[in-house]
Design a protein around this ligand. Sequence first.
Ligand code: NAD
Length: 323
Amino acid sequence: MASSDGKLELRPLGNTGLKLSCVGFGASPLGNVFGPVSEHDANASVLQAFRLGINFFDTSPFYGGTLSEKVLGKALKALGVPRDEYIVSTKCGRYAEGFDFSAERVTKSIDESLARLQLDYVDILQCHDIEFGSLDQIVEETIPALQKLKEAGKIRFIGITGLPLDIFTYVVDRVPPGTVDVILSYCHYSINDSTLEDLIPYLKSKGIGVISASPLAMGLLTESGPPEWHPASAEIKSVCRAAAAYCKEKGKNISKLAMQYSLSNKDISSVLVGMNSIIQVEENVAAAVELVDVGKDDETLSEVEAILKPVKNQTWPSGIQKS
Ligand code: NAD
């Protein structure tokens, strides 16, 4: 059996040449999206993540109305390490005040993000939740604007994010090959919903890197449950609650099981999990290391899959609805 030697695995991201830690640090919690997080806890979480081998940090101007970018920027600076030792992605087009994927807005947005992050460039700039905009505008206006930012050296790679999976093929099929470097999908490669799997061969064939976010289904697969704003149906929430309670009763942790489930697919370059404490960082890194050294708990996983079966692959609406 392969051994981790206690190290977090690095995985290539499509054709970018980047190697991302298989566990990525989702910084939306640093924008107080899942409840208040002190600056001390935010800094300590980022520091511990980096120490344990996490090199990939994701944020957005939308998270906490720019707070996440500011807090992450400060914490990364405090690491005091060369810039090429960590990989940062942020986003554009979604803001506290609404969506705007115009070339003018995203071009201004990157300068604002770089200032908040205290960086000269970001590794990846992603159009954030494109299902809320016009996909044709993304193809014809937003991505060409991002290409100019690439040429200007403000960003290294271009990505798109969102919930429905068909948005990715729509855009990738309509831009020149190699234009979209990365896609970020969320809530579609967790124990309760694994529909991203069907899209992976297409993305691989195009050399597009795959980041899968929200392995804990934005809190559904945690003992404490999801936040108030979680968009899942009452049925999904109640079935996931039952699964979490079952694990707890058995002395198991549903979040660890969920992390290991997502990490098991090696075509996913990084499993992006939102973290706001040293304990969560340590637990999620340990889950990845243990997966390599020991393997996952297949018995509990199949029991949990059986509990989740009634809602398997059920999702919720997102974006401008098609009539
Ligand atoms: P997630 O599934 O990662 O869940 C995060 C929640 O789980 C938080 O409340 C966190 O505190 C908690 N948690 C983390 N580790 C835990 C552990 N070991 N035990 C118990 N609870 C734990 O959902 P997320 O944060 O929404 O997604 C991860 C990241 O992915 C985000 O922070 C963001 O960077 C990115 N993301 C991007 C998009 C997009 O671009 N549209 C959408 C969703 C997420």
